[in-house]
Design a protein around this ligand. Structure first.
Ligand SMILES: Nc1ncnc2c1ncn2[C@@H]1O[C@H](COP(=O)(O)OP(=O)(O)OP(=O)(O)O)[C@@H](O)[C@H]1O
Ligand SMILES: [Mg+2]
Length: 453
């Protein structure tokens, strides 16, 4: 429901307006009796649009607009005034208001302005997200349907402050996804602190994450901030969260629930506003069943899950990735840029990349660049394991081989999007796709190894 904040020092007038707006616009309308009260409400509630009186004792409408600008509160504002002073209204627009109206005008007009203001705000936000992507700051390459769906999901969850869980095979790009979520989040200008839970010795995990006071344990000569505190209002990236030892899991759960932590050796709680992103290549559901991961912690972190598709499910991204990786690697080696022949590319697109996904491709390319003397990287330079695996079944069947795979990729994506559209309801999805029954859909899902994560 759309929430409107109505700020007017004249209580009876505010009530009348609120009543009309509720009735006409079906809004959730809150009222504030002063500028200061309105600013408090803007800071703590989600307000879609504010209707603001200009003349008020204390902080007047202009004061509110100024404070909003200083605090970067971007809620659209419609000012209304009873004095009919046109100059002041123009001034208010210059100070950042979206529109102005006279108190004497019918409420329908206010509703129309509110709708316009909210729509404009929505479009601006959308443009900002797209621009940030188009800015080419994202290191995440790929335009396959699976990758486009992932980028879409990233843009949707990034602005929300809740935890995000990124799942995906080793080398599939989980860290790049985490960086993109951070880049598109409200705390984008703050720090991105990455902690690899697998790389920390068990005795040090808690102090690394939550910090410690001086003398908290032997060797703690000075007090130290943990990663949570270092991330501030930015992002804490907990890589390989499945490796977190069980006492640290319990403590992490408490911190996420209370949004505060106590350093080791201290009893003073410190607020932790950082957004948490966790990544894993393990099946955490299975880890829970095996008693290695806390179910309550999983429920805390998996509200928003981003699944990074393995490279073999998006082979149409291979040419782009190859082009980019070849260019970057040649540059790094201080070499003239080489190019990959169509047959060699064909082999790279027919391989499964099960071992290490994009990282495996990156390493293969590095070896190919070194192996090729001339400017062209041919099939003979393709690593033997890739070449053997990609060997066509019949002579000249290479192109067909890739075609079959790309077709499978497209088919898989069609099924997954349809399932997502129907919230994984099998019968409805089967119906939507025009399949005979749910059994036919299940058969296709099994063939493509599609399951809900
Ligand atoms: N979509 C992509 N576009 C460009 N480069 C990518 C992409 N995905 C992965 N890479 C590159 O592949 C390598 C592995 O990516 P990354 O470290 O993000 O994977 P990961 O899923 O975190 O792996 P691990 O599970 O081993 O930690 C990096 O060099 C990264 O830059
Ligand atoms: Mg990683």
């Amino acid at each position: 429901m759309t929430t409107i904040l109505l700020c007017d020092d004249n209580a009876s007038l505010a009530e009348q307006y609120a009543y009309d707006l509720r009735r006409l616009g079906d809004y959730d309308v809150r009222t504030a009796a002063s500028g200061a009260e309105a600013l408090d409400a803007l800071a703590s509630d989600t307000v879609d649009c504010m209707v603001l009186d200009l003349e008020m004792p204390g902080t007047d409408g202009f004061g509110v607009l100024r404070a909003m600008r200083d605090r970067r509160i971007e809620t659209p504002v419609i000012v209304y005034t009873g004095t009919g002073n046109f100059d002041r209204c123009v001034q208010a627009i210059k100070a950042g208001a979206y529109a102005f109206i006279d108190k004497a005008e019918p409420v329908e007009r206010v509703v129309r302005e509110i709708e316009n203001a909210i729509e404009r705000r929505r479009i601006l936000e959308e443009v900002a997200v797209l621009r940030r992507y188009a800015d080419d700051e994202s290191a995440l390459l790929g335009a396959s349907p699976a990758m486009r769906a992932l980028k879409d999901a990233i843009a949707r969850v990034a602005p929300v402050p809740s935890p995000v869980l990124i799942t995906g095979e080793s080398g599939s790009g989980k860290e790049l996804v985490a960086r993109d979520v951070h880049r598109l989040s409200a705390g984008a200008r703050e720090s991105f602190v990455a902690v690899n839970c697998a790389a920390l010795p068990e005795q040090l995990v808690e102090s690394e994450l939550f910090g410690h006071e001086r003398g908290a344990f032997t060797g703690a000569a000075t007090a130290r901030k943990g990663a949570f505190e270092s991330a501030g209002r930015g992002t804490l990236f907990l890589d390989e969260i499945g490796e977190l030892p069980s006492p640290a899991q319990a403590k992490l759960l408490r911190v996420l629930e209370e949004r505060a932590l106590t350093r080791l050796g201290s009893s003073r709680p410190v607020p932790v506003p950082a957004r948490v992103i966790a990544a894993t290549n393990r099946d955490l559901e299975q880890e829970v069943r095996d008693g290695r991961f806390r179910r309550d912690l999983l429920f805390r972190i998996n509200v928003h899950t981003l699944r990074v598709p393995p490279l073999r499910e998006r082979l149409s991204d291979v040419p782009d990735l190859v082009g980019h990786l070849v260019a970057r690697t040649c540059e790094r080696f201080g070499m003239r840029r080489k190019r990959v022949s169509p047959d060699a590319l064909e082999m790279l697109m027919a391989y499964e990349w099960r071992l290490n996904n994009v990282r495996e491709l990156r390493n293969a390319i590095e070896r190919m660049i070194i192996a090729a003397d001339g400017d062209v990287i041919g099939p003979e330079h393709v690593p033997s394991e890739v070449r053997d695996d990609a060997a066509p079944q019949a002579p000249n069947a290479g192109g067909e081989h890739t075609f079959v795979r790309l077709k499978a990729e497209a088919e898989r994506q069609i099924i997954v999007s349809a399932l997502e559209r129907h919230d994984w309801h099998i019968t409805r999805t089967a119906h939507d796709l025009g399949l005979a029954d749910h059994a036919s859909l299940l058969k296709i899902m099994r063939r493509h190894r599609i399951s809900r994560e």
